[in-house]
Write a protein that binds this ligand. Structure first.
Ligand code: CA
Length: 361
């Protein structure tokens, strides 16, 4: 009995000793505070897109007990909107929030990670990224730039955009100067339009002064905030070009590696939470904003004609085929997303789609 007691006591003491060493180490580690900068492509605190990185920073601060403090900068405050990628890649800021398709100048394949025209919706994009191999491919694509991407929000299906020209046939796209980034922009170019990419903060004035004839942005909630109804005649749907765009949180790889494991897990967890939270917010707020646009501001909401949609879909296939031939990784991403979409379409045909139909009855 005494031997057993002694052995237990010894075990307890050695256990305590071990624990105390670990907790001392942990305490020393936990006292270290990290102060990061997060640059964004959005105006500071812009609804949804701009408040998501603020929410992210607040969550990280709360979850880490203040050990990781992240200061969020709006577009132009530390770097211009379209220098976010380079700033985080080079370590000027540890993190960034924006959209992957702003960086097609770095690699054409970045377009896949915002949205593919006639591609996956928000639910499917999240499925592909987190359970279908998408995130691994995204990380492989960003690896040479010293960046680690995380999904950083989704707006759900967007609107086709604001037009100062009626779109009655595909011929009406010819010569149309439209702000539409990424693969959607390539499709508009192929249809004879002139696609341009510019940050959100410049769109109202560009529409007002006629620098552009049309712009896509997001959907009712965000478009109302920018006041596009004051400078555009028609509001077209559906957002064929961005059926489920994913925003990105990017982290400088070296900066991420300097964090202790628990803080790395907090960054990942907070990103995942913010990614879902943004979709929840848009799902709730687009509805009320649409009512306000129509009832208060008398917005002319129009559906793109079926034959225009058919032609845009055909041109989207051409754009995707051309992009797939651009590089080995572009081909692998295209194959992955195509296979996922095939399966998602089959199942969602008898689940989501069938349910939407059933609900109409
Ligand atoms: Ca958009």
């Amino acid at each position: 009995m005494r031997i057993v007691m002694f052995a237990l006591l010894a075990l307890l003491i050695s256990g305590c000793g071990k624990n105390s060493v670990e907790s001392n180490g942990g305490a020393a580690e936990s006292q270290q505070t990290f102060k990061w900068k997060l640059v964004t492509t959005w105006p500071k605190n812009y609804p949804g897109l701009g408040t998501a990185p603020e929410n992210f920073a607040n969550k990280v601060a709360a979850m880490s007990g203040g050990r990781l403090q992240i200061k969020v900068f709006g577009a132009g405050q530390l770097v211009p909107a379209f220098e976010v990628f380079d700033a985080v890649s080079q370590g000027t800021a540890e993190m960034g929030h924006g959209a992957a398709y702003y960086w097609t100048g770095k690699s054409k394949a970045t377009g896949f990670f915002t949205s593919v025209p006639f591609g996956l919706n928000a639910q499917e994009m999240n499925g592909w990224l987190h359970y279908g191999g998408g995130l691994e491919l995204w990380r492989e694509l960003y690896e040479p730039f010293n960046l680690v991407p995380f999904a950083g929000g989704s707006t759900g299906v967007q609107m086709a955009g604001w037009f100062n020209r009626e779109i009655n046939s595909i011929a009406d796209i010819k010569g149309l100067k439209m702000r539409i980034p990424g693969l959607g922009g390539d499709v508009i170019t192929r249809a004879g339009g002139i696609s341009v990419t510019m940050p959100g903060g410049e769109l109202y004035t560009s529409m007002q002064t006629g620098v552009i004839d049309a712009t896509e942005w997001v959907g009712p909630y965000n478009d109302l905030a920018f006041g596009f109804h004051q400078v555009a005649k028609y509001y077209y749907y559906p957002g064929w070009h961005e059926p489920g765009p994913i925003l990105e949180l990017i982290v400088n790889k070296d900066a991420l590696a300097t964090l202790p494991a628990d803080l790395q897990a907090i960054v990942e967890g907070a990103a995942r939470a913010v990614n879902q939270d943004m979709l929840d917010e848009y799902t709730a707020r687009n509805n009320t904003a649409l009512v306000e646009l129509i009832d208060t501001h008398g917005v002319d909401v129009r559906k793109l004609p079926d034959d225009v949609i058919v032609e845009l879909r055909r041109l989207s296939q051409e754009v995707l085929e051309e992009l797939s031939a651009d590089s080995d990784i572009a081909l692998r991403i295209a194959d992955s997303v195509k296979a996922f979409q095939k399966q998602a379409t089959a199942y969602h045909g008898i689940s989501e789609e069938a349910y939407y139909e059933a609900r109409k009855q």
